[in-house]
Ligand binder design. Structure first.
Ligand code: DD3
Length: 335
């Protein structure tokens, strides 16, 4: 969900039901993550999809983003299909070693290379189907050049803030989570306090099969904090509460200590309702690099030093070429 125009977020997120997780198979229950019982086999919606274009792929990330079309019988709908290989985890090694087939690829002096054919249940591909996909979904997943933007406090007031106010009045799926209309069973921790409270739950990007790619988000109960820019020292109790309780909840549920966590905010965020990211430090997730991620610990310190730090500071952030804000900064002669 990185780098999308705020307006598109607003629209695309009306349709929470359009995001379906098709397959989450990896059935050994000895994993570090507590899992609910295995999901039943779903109808193969993908057999009705024709791939029209590869939007983006990455050999390093072992993922592919495909624009496709559902067959006429299923209404000719547009779809985006995201497929990713998931990490190989220690808990599956016993079965992998014992029950796989090996094909000899090449024999050398140093070692032998095989292709291992794993039992089907250890060989799943995480697949997300966004359907019906809008043009904006398609655009969002397309590879795009990014540009670093310099935003002074004046730029924020004259360019960014009007853009946010015009395009993202509400983020429906966030409200649904806070109002317990969606994902209730996924909640990892909740502090119901209206001022300092929040809901912690796994981000969609994480299939919760292994802690290696742990990714949770804390969504704050307060509705009027759009982003890092809105934070003042009055928000310190909220931020400290999330920092402390989030860490405790993750230690308890996933046995992951704080020193293995990356706790941060995005600027610009992909949706303008304050949320904090919790990812595993060793997991180099998109959006975790310095030009977009601000460590919560640093944010807390900066606000201690100066309540208006994020109000007055010049901020730097990357924008995709197709982001709605790009044109606004260009028109203002700031790019
Ligand atoms: C989104 C950014 C947004 C497609 C996809 C993701 N975590 C979400 C709805 C519910 C969620 C998220 C939009 C949308 Cl794949 C379009 O993210 C969400 N629930 N990131 C959770 N837990």
């Amino acid at each position: 969900m990185d780098d999308t125009a705020a307006k598109r977020e607003g629209h695309s997120l009306q349709h929470d039901e359009s995001v379906q997780e098709v397959k989450r198979v990896k059935s050994d229950d000895r994993g570090a993550v507590e899992k609910s019982s295995e999901a039943p086999e779903a109808e193969n919606i993908l057999s009705a999809v024709t791939a029209t274009k590869v939007l983006k792929d990455s050999a390093r990330e072992k993922s592919i983003f495909i624009h496709g079309k559902l067959s006429a019988q299923l209404g000719d709908q547009e779809a985006v299909v995201i497929m990713e290989s998931t990490p190989i985890t220690e808990d599956t090694l016993g079965e992998l070693f014992a029950k796989s087939k090996l094909r000899l690829e090449s024999e050398g002096k140093v070692g032998t290379i095989y292709r291992l054919q794993a039992p089907p249940h250890l060989n799943a591909i995480k697949t997300t189907v966004v359907c019906p996909a809008t043009d904006n979904h398609v655009k969002k997943y397309q590879r795009q050049e990014t540009f670093l933007v310099e935003e002074t406090d004046a730029d924020y007031r004259s360019i960014t803030l009007p853009y946010i106010e015009k395009h993202c009045l509400s983020v429906q799926w966030v409200c649904n989570i806070l109002e317990k209309k969606a994902e209730v069973e996924r909640i990892v921790y909740e502090d119901p306090d209206p001022d300092v409270g929040f809901i912690l739950l796994p981000d969609f990007k994480w299939d919760q099969r292994q802690v290696d790619d742990l990714y949770l988000i804390a969504i704050v109960n307060q509705r009027n904090i759009r982003s890092l820019r809105d934070l003042r020292s009055t928000h310190l109790p909220l931020l400290k509460n999330i920092y402390k309780k989030g860490q405790e909840a993750i230690l308890q549920r996933y046995q992951l200590p704080t020193c293995q966590l990356r706790i941060y905010l995005h600027y610009q965020p992909s949706y303008y309702h304050l949320h904090i990211h919790f990812t595993k430090l060793s997991y180099e997730v998109p959006g975790c690099s310095g030009e977009r991620a601000h460590l919560l610990a640093d944010v807390i310190q900066n606000l201690h030093l100066n309540s208006d730090y994020y109000k007055s500071q010049t901020m730097y952030f990357p924008l995709r070429a197709d982001h709605g804000l790009m044109n606004k900064f260009k028109k203002a002669g700031r790019l």
